[in-house]
Design a binder for this molecule. Structure first.
Ligand code: ADP
Ligand code: MG
Length: 692
């Protein structure tokens, strides 16, 4: 193959490999695989071990096996109850047994396979209908009739790669095969002095063994090396960022006891211990000439806003301004009310203003002028804040709420609104395990609010299977009768059109006509112009049932809402479901969360059941991680990490070791000048984060 002798072949697009083509290249790109090097560096996440061909008569249900046999029948049909497309075949091998094969949603197979074909299948053996042995969705390979011909592509050890629609592990494995001869040329980014003490394989060996291990031990060694290298690269980038940030001067915000005393007096409640600790962390950071760069992570309703307000008060006392950016207008308006309530009584000259694009031009101009002249101490708003014409006289603090909803670029634009570098506080209500937070937000310091304000009743959560839907509606009705309000959440309209079974609009119409005919319904979704209007009517109690997409995910506070019904719950991550659930249980009345799932497989139900048992977001995240692995928990790509790296974080000491190594190398070689590969990788990471 000519490709293999080209220099720089590792940097070539995967499209250059045989049988990839533009469509598959696009699919691979979704997995973060663009070049041949990327492909080689992406190890399988596991292997299926089917072993060599076994006779049907000796198959054991519950095991993985390879079977070679003759097709005795093939039929295509649609299943009656779940309306799935099914290709069914029966296989015999002369051993006296029969094996039923069922392939779902692969109708083309019915055309490709014929009675009398000799094929190999590899899959898990089950005891199926009428006691017949069966395999569902096995891998298969058509073989020549000649008995001598053995399967070459199925059976034995088969790698499992992460996939997107249209790809199979087998196809990826075949592309890896054609690229594998190039593995010898992959350069090692891990310095020898880091590799040796941790007994890590070199990159070439890791790639070769990782895709083609002799056994499980070899595979795990290869994965460990890859995960370490990836975390190391990431931590090297974070160490560089921290070093860069520390170079830029910020204005010190001196700590003043009288300010915090006044703040507490005006607040109307006592700060929780966790809030006090987070506030104190931030005050210490801001009292330095190095800009604060802190992430405040706390469950929905844990009271992050009060911490931000305390910071704004301190910044104001130092004669500087603060800005708070939220992802939606609804949330920005709620912040406006809340910051005013927290601050204006104790600090009469601390003006809080709102800047969102929904404002009229004269009002926008007025707020812009107030910000630019230094007249207002705190501006809360949405993306409208980062427009060019918004300026601040002397910005001391920038806060981003629900920070995961913004790109790095947007956060940077907000920070750039100051003359120097403002202190920076990011807030998130995505409780994630501490190690993961440190691994993925390594350039920030972390404060965790792991305590709820007193007086909350936990939300009673229930998983409701499809045939119990009416019971869910009855529960909703009962709450409404008691004078409360309800949310019905549908899968997002625009973000996942493919997966969204019901658009919120259709669901709203249906509920109005067929289910809650006597109730006042409202609809809210991202594309709706009159979002705020609808929300106001819900807050005012005029709407009894609010049908919504994920817009309401973020911190809207309606204490009278006591029931949250979530459609297609299995499609959301647990963290997101937990966030939805946080919309209720905000008042003193007992609240419910009803998770409707159309996926009744055991694993899916088990996952949802976690929510019924666990009320605390952090514990939930840890449990979800234990069950599914970190990668799936958060979406590895979202954290810029492979699942192998995520997985390795389960060893808690690993991260701090990697971090120390990265810092040690950076300290001995500032800018990684003597580690060119590492330098380039770090530069790439930094560039990625600045445009994401
Ligand atoms: P988060 O933004 O972390 O989800 P909020 O800041 O919106 O939470 O706070 C949720 C609610 O709890 C608000 O109504 C807030 O006024 C109230 N709250 C916050 N801290 C306390 C506290 N220490 N004691 C009582 N209520 C509090
Ligand atoms: Mg909030």
């Amino acid at each position: 193959m000519a490709l293999l002798v080209l220099p720089r072949a590792l940097d070539a697009s995967v499209e250059q490999l045989p049988n990839v083509g533009p469509l598959n290249a696009k699919r691979l790109a979704k997995l973060g695989i663009k070049t041949v090097r990327d492909l080689l560096l992406t190890l399988p996440f596991g292997f299926e071990t089917y072993g060599g061909p076994t006779e049907i008569a000796t198959l054991e249900p519950g095991t993985q096996a390879t079977v070679v046999g003759i097709v005795t029948s093939v039929t295509a049909k649609i299943t009656r109850n779940r309306r799935m497309k099914l290709t069914e075949a029966v296989l015999g091998d002369g051993s006296g047994g029969k094996l039923r094969i069922a392939w779902f949603n692969q109708m083309y197979l019915a055309k490709q396979l014929h009675k009398g074909d000799r094929i190999a299948v590899a899959g898990t053996v089950k005891r199926g209908y009428a006691g017949l042995l069966e395999m569902q969705n096995p891998h298969h390979e058509k073989l020549a009739a000649d008995e001598e011909v053995q399967p070459s592509r199925v059976g034995g050890l088969m790698p499992k790669y992460h996939l997107v629609d249209g790809l199979t592990s087998r196809r990826i494995a075949s592309w890896v095969s054609s690229a594998l001869p190039l593995a010898d040329h992959i350069e090692d980014l891990l310095p020898e002095e880091v590799r040796a003490p941790h007994h890590l394989l070199g990159v070439v060996e890791a790639v070769q063994r990782g895709h083609r291990p002799e056994g499980d031990a070899e595979f795990r060694e290869a994965r460990r090396r890859m995960a370490f290298a990836e975390l190391f690269e990431l931590q090297a980038a974070f160490a560089t960022m921290r070093a860069n940030i520390a170079l830029e001067p910020a204005t010190k915000i001196p700590y003043r006891q009288d300010v915090i005393d006044a703040f507490k007096t005006g607040l109307g409640f006592d700060l929780t211990t966790a809030q006090r600790k987070a506030t104190w962390d931030a005050f210490k950071d801001m009292d330095r000439a190095v800009p604060m760069n802190r992430l405040l992570d706390g469950d929905v309703g844990s009271g992050k806003t009060a911490v931000a307000a305390a910071c704004a008060a301190m910044v104001h006392a130092a004669g500087m301004q603060s800005v708070v950016m939220a992802p939606t207008e609804i949330l920005a308006r709620q912040h406006l009310r809340r910051f005013r309530a927290y601050l204006e009584a104790s600090f009469p000259d601390l003006r809080v203003e709102l800047l969102v694009s929904g404002l009229g031009a004269p009002e926008r101009r007025r707020v812009r002028t107030a910000a630019a002249s230094g007249h207002c101490a705190l501006v809360v708003g949405t993306h409208a804040l980062i427009e060019d014409d918004v300026e601040f006289a002397n910005l001391g603090l920038a806060v981003v709420d629900e920070q995961h909803r913004f790109g790095t670029r947007q956060r940077e634009l907000l920070r750039a609104k100051g003359q120097g570098r403002p202190h920076f506080l990011a807030m998130t209500a995505t409780p994630i395990p501490r190690t993961l937070a440190l691994a993925s937000y390594g350039e920030m310091t972390l404060s965790v609010i792991d305590e709820m304000p007193p007086g909350r009743t936990p939300v009673e959560t229930e998983v409701i299977e499809p045939d119990e839907r009416d019971r869910a509606y009855d529960l909703v009705r009962a709450e409404i009768r008691a004078g409360h309000q309800a949310f019905v959440i549908c899968p997002l309209i625009e973000e996942s059109e493919v997966l969204a079974a019901k658009s919120a609009t259709a669901e709203y119409e249906r509920l109005k006509k067929e289910v809650f005919t006597d109730l006042e319904l409202g609809l809210i979704h991202g594309r709706l112009k009159e979002k705020d209007d609808v929300m106001q009517r819900f807050v005012a109690g005029e709407i009894q049932v609010l049908v919504a997409t994920a817009v309401v995910e973020v911190g809207v506070d309606v204490p009278n809402a006591t029931v949250m019904m979530i459609e297609g719950a299995e499609r959301f991550g647990l963290a997101q479901l937990h966030q939805f659930r946080g919309r209720v249980g905000r008042g003193s009345a007992a609240s419910r969360c009803l998770l409707l799932s159309s996926d009744t497989t055991e694993s899916s139900l088990e996952r949802l059941t976690l929510l019924t048992r666990i009320a605390d977001g952090f514990t939930l995240a840890e449990e979800d991680m234990r069950i599914r692995g970190m990668g799936e928990l958060m979406g590895a790509r979202q954290h810029g990490m492979s699942d192998a790296a995520m997985e390795s974080l389960r060893t808690p000491e690993l991260l701090s070791e990697v971090r120390q190594e990265a810092e040690r190398v950076l300290a001995s070689d500032p800018g990684f000048e003597h580690h060119p590969l590492l330098k380039a990788a770090v530069a790439r990471r930094l560039e990625l984060t600045s445009i994401s």
